[in-house]
Ligand binder design. Structure first.
Ligand code: NI
Length: 300
């Protein structure tokens, strides 16, 4: 706009005046025009610079969002943390809450793992219950997956020797292999080390218990399931005698026992018993499981 103004001025002067004055005025105006063009150019450059600066300023202005971005990342980090919390809460939901004031019973299953163990695990899980499985070292590798499932579902694994020999009749060296060998097999298969031991046939004395060097767990209710192989008799043996603090002997080696477990477990839960592991019961009954000592029950 300024240029057009000067052009009109130049032409105006051209018509009104002539000669030397005109030339002087034209030169002066041209100079002014040139200056203004340069200024405009300068302004343009400034604007350009400002435009160049602007993105920088925008970048600066973006800096807070960029600073917020780590905050967003932090909150993004909180999301998995929350997810972990949710998982934890889910685990909490599944986790059994043991009330020490309420009655509890420790069901124990010997001589497995076997092809029936999974059926017993299923009914335990369905009833939010656990038990203790005294396993034979000789069966561990055959039922490695079941063994791991037993552990994963919160049950306890006890040592029941390698191959069910009467431990009173063997040498100390053989005894060590029967007990330590079974611990090793369980550990290799699962990463779990049995804490408690039950000698085969429940045969042991103070001297043998000392040599075994683990807490020895016997029982207060014997279902004789190995002998009767009768579901009804096994069910009756438990339900007719059960009381708070009992340790019940069964074997996850028979179909009749697995069928009995399907009746016994929900029934005991219905009657208000908490089905716990031997170690849990010792904890809630303030019984210190001591190496070389034996336990038949944990009554109040
Ligand atoms: Ni046995």
């Amino acid at each position: 706009m300024l240029c057009i103004g000067y052009m009109i001025q130049i032409y105006g002067l051209y018509y009104k005046e002539g000669g030397y004055i005109l030339t002087k005025k034209v030169l002066a105006v041209s100079l002014a025009l040139l200056m203004s063009l340069l200024n405009m150019g300068t302004f343009t450059n400034v604007e350009a610079r400002e435009k160049e600066v602007l993105p920088v300023e925008e970048n600066v202005q973006y800096t807070p969002p960029q600073e917020e971005t780590p905050a967003e990342e932090a909150s993004a980090e909180e999301v998995p943390a929350e997810a972990v919390e949710v998982t934890y809460e889910e685990q909490e939901v599944n986790k059994r809450v043991i009330d020490p004031t309420k009655p509890m019973v420790a069901l124990t299953f010997d001589d497995g793992p076997s092809k029936y163990t999974a059926e017993i695990l299923k009914v335990l899980k369905e009833n939010n219950s656990v038990a203790t499985f005294f396993v034979l070292g000789s069966e561990v590798n055959k039922y490695k997956d079941v063994l791991n499932q037993v552990i994963a579902e919160g049950n306890e694994i006890g040592n029941h020797s390698y191959n069910h020999k009467n431990l009173k009749t063997i040498t100390d060296e053989e005894l060590y292999k029967q007990v330590q060998g079974t611990d090793d097999l369980v550990y290799i298969a699962s990463g779990y080390t049995p804490k408690v031991m039950r000698p085969p046939y429940g045969i042991s004395d103070a001297e043998l218990n000392k040599k075994i060097n683990k807490p020895i767990v016997k029982w207060s209710i014997d279902t004789l399931d190995w002998k009767n192989r009768d579901t009804d008799k096994v069910v009756a043996a438990v339900l007719n005698d059960v009381k708070d603090g009992d340790i019940v002997l069964m074997h996850d080696l028979y179909d009749s026992t697995a069928q009995a477990a399907k009746i016994i477990i929900p029934k005991l839960v219905e009657q208000g018993y908490q089905l716990v592991t031997v170690s849990e019961m010792s904890e809630y009954r303030d019984v210190t499981l001591t190496q070389g000592q034996q336990y038949y029950s944990m009554y109040k």
